[in-house]
Design a protein around this ligand. Structure first.
Ligand code: COA
Length: 140
């Protein structure tokens, strides 16, 4: 696990699990608020200036579905999650394996992110889909 400078993790209520050999990278000036969970079996990357609200779940794996095998012994399927620079994630958002959230994107409260979301978009719903553009680039 690597954390950049001036990032704010509201410990101890933020739960972070990183499996052996997996990578969690949190950039600079990132804010992670209460009761957020990050669970990593492969790779999760959170870009600089990301604001992640309360009760958000970020997970880069799912329980595997293997016909004829008990769920509790079927293992996991993982795919890296990437949250790019200057992203805002609303309360109670769930981000599932393999999703990339583009730069400057906003994800509305309670959304479930199952696919990539474009840069400069505002997305909402289950599954999360873009509802409009933020219409601006942010200076570096
Ligand atoms: C998405 C959000 C940023 C508002 O964006 P906006 O573009 O100003 O959205 P509007 O209020 O104009 O709504 C646009 C449409 O999206 C819908 N919408 C807004 N928020 C939504 C949400 N969370 N889930 C589903 N739909 C939502 C509105 O109902 C509206 O639908 P309509 O066009 O059919 O009427 C805001 O609703 C939100 O979810 N903010 C997150 C709050 C939060 O968790 N903050 C954390 C602080 S620590």
């Amino acid at each position: 696990m690597k954390v950049g400078t001036d990032s704010f993790i509201l410990s101890p209520s933020v739960l972070v699990e990183v499996a052996p050999g997996a990578e969690l990278t949190i950039g600079n000036n990132v804010s992670l608020r209460r009761f957020t969970t990050i669970s990593v079996r492969e790779r999760v990357t959170i870009g600089d200036d990301a604001l992640i609200a309360e009760m958000v779940t970020i997970r880069d794996h799912d329980d595997a579905i293997v016909p004829g095998v008990l769920y509790r012994t079927s293992g996991f399927v993982s795919a890296a999650v990437e949250i790019r620079r200057n992203v805002r994630i609303g309360n109670k958002v769930t981000i599932t394996a393999g999703a990339t959230i583009g730069e400057n994107a906003i994800v509305a409260a309670n959304a479930v992110v199952t696919r990539d979301l474009p840069a400069n978009s505002i997305s909402a719903g289950v599954p999360a889909k873009p509802i409009r553009s933020v219409g601006r680039e942010v200076a570096t």
